[in-house]
Design a protein around this ligand. Structure first.
Ligand code: SF4
Length: 406
């Protein structure tokens, strides 16, 4: 079966001098898996800058057992890491589960990430299972026959170094030029738009986190920091454990979006920088010299922040079943957090099944300890920091006070 491309759909030839191509009716499906959870705004910004209508950018649903049973069954591959294994259900949902068919299934092989720690660490690579995940899962849809072609879908899986923006235009141009009838110039412009969209989203999320922290500081209230990989935000992978804690009245922050403003960072880390123990607030060489893996680096950095920030009185750590990347980090992370008396609870080996009973019991335990010890933890951690906390010195924003007090 002939697979339509934009060239055949719209009959336009690629040329730098051509007017912008009409891609408004092309539908692109993206499996909402792995590091798409931290880079989705890049892909939305990139595709919309190419003229794909926002309503035609389709992300698969959150992971669920039903999704796998209905769309991924029989297409499993050998990977025992659940965040990779569950991708079959996402692919299947995009292929078989759309009322309006997609034209392109875009599943990037993300090699590196644009982490806020870049420049302070050795590298910001993804886990090798993440990089290879799309190839691995694709095999399940090709093993008997080409399911993509049968459904009139172009499968594209660009290898992309999002941590090195200068490489990305060429990588995406080469991978997508035939499918979306691209020119190099428009690809480069779209990549810039993608990074701008991602940066704007990250800034907005960090600002929201700062508002939460400021509220905690003003009201002497604790919050809980989640240390996890981006896809633990998926309710089917992280099982919404943090939401259960939030229901008890504790604000939740995700390490990925912890505020990184200069004033706050220097309040927390300034003394160690002046003493020469670290070079910057984002230097993790004191605790993690082998800093190649992006999400691992951020988890270690999050542990350092949690140990210092007074209102983070408790950390919850998530990891997935069979995660080889997380194994070596368990002890250092726990030791860093607990060194300042901050509470630490780990939910390890998470997989498809939500262990509802044990989560309920552990949530009750965490709530008990956070309620009982937070006041002392805040006091002790404040005493170890310089005076003049920037969060307590800024004027409260009315929206922040109103929304958090509600
Ligand atoms: S980091 Fe761990 S959970 Fe994530 S893909 Fe790699 S092995 Fe799987």
């Amino acid at each position: 079966m002939r697979i339509p491309t934009l060239r055949t759909l719209f009959g336009k030839r690629a040329s730098a001098a051509s007017p912008p191509k009409d891609r408004s009716s092309v539908r692109v499906g993206i499996p909402k898996v792995l590091n798409i959870w931290s880079t989705h705004q890049f892909w939305v910004g990139f595709l919309t800058a190419l003229g794909i209508a926002p309503e035609n950018i389709v992300f698969s649903s959150d992971t669920s057992e039903e999704q796998y049973r209905e769309y991924g069954k029989g297409r499993g591959t050998v990977d025992c890491c659940y965040p990779v294994k569950c991708m079959s259900g996402h692919y299947g949902e995009l292929i078989f589960g759309q009322k309006k068919k997609i034209d392109v299934l875009l599943s990037p092989m993300i090699y590196s990430l644009p982490s806020f720690l870049r420049g302070h660490v050795l590298d910001t690579l993804t886990c090798t299972r993440v990089m290879a995940g799309p190839e691995n899962i694709k095999a399940g849809f090709l093993k008997e026959r080409d399911v993509f072609a049968e459904n009139g879908i172009r499968y594209v899986s660009p290898f992309v170094s999002l941590g090195e923006p200068e490489k990305v235009p060429k990588q995406l141009y080469l991978a997508l030029k035939d499918v979306l009838d691209l020119t190099e110039e428009e690809t480069a412009r779209a990549v810039e738009a993608g990074y701008r969209a991602l940066e704007a989203f990250n800034q907005k999320m960090r600002q929201k986190s700062r508002e939460i922290l400021t509220w905690c500081a003003r009201h002497e209230r604790p919050c809980i920091l989640v240390l996890a990989r981006p896809y633990h935000m998926d309710p089917g992978i992280g099982h919404e454990i943090e939401a259960e804690l939030q229901a008890h009245g504790f604000p939740i922050l995700w390490m990925q979006y912890f505020p990184t403003d200069d004033d706050l960072m220097h309040w927390l880390f300034g003394e160690e920088i002046r003493a020469g123990r670290i070079k910057s607030p984002f230097d993790i060489s004191d605790v993690w010299p082998s800093s190649y893996s992006s999400n691992t680096n951020e988890i270690l950095w999050g542990a350092k922040v949690a140990a210092r920030c007074p209102w983070v009185t408790c950390v919850i750590r998530f990891s997935s079943y069979e995660c080889g990347m997380d194994q070596p980090t368990y002890t250092p992370t726990q030791k860093i957090v607990e060194a300042s008396g901050t509470l630490y609870f780990k939910f390890g080996d998470l997989d498809a099944t939500k262990p509802a009973g044990s989560i309920k019991i552990r949530v009750e335990t965490i709530v008990h300890y956070v309620e009982k010890y937070s006041r002392d933890i805040i006091r002790r951690k404040l005493a170890a920091l310089p005076p003049h906390c920037p969060l307590l010195e800024e004027a409260p924003s009315t929206s922040e006070s109103a929304s958090l007090a509600a």
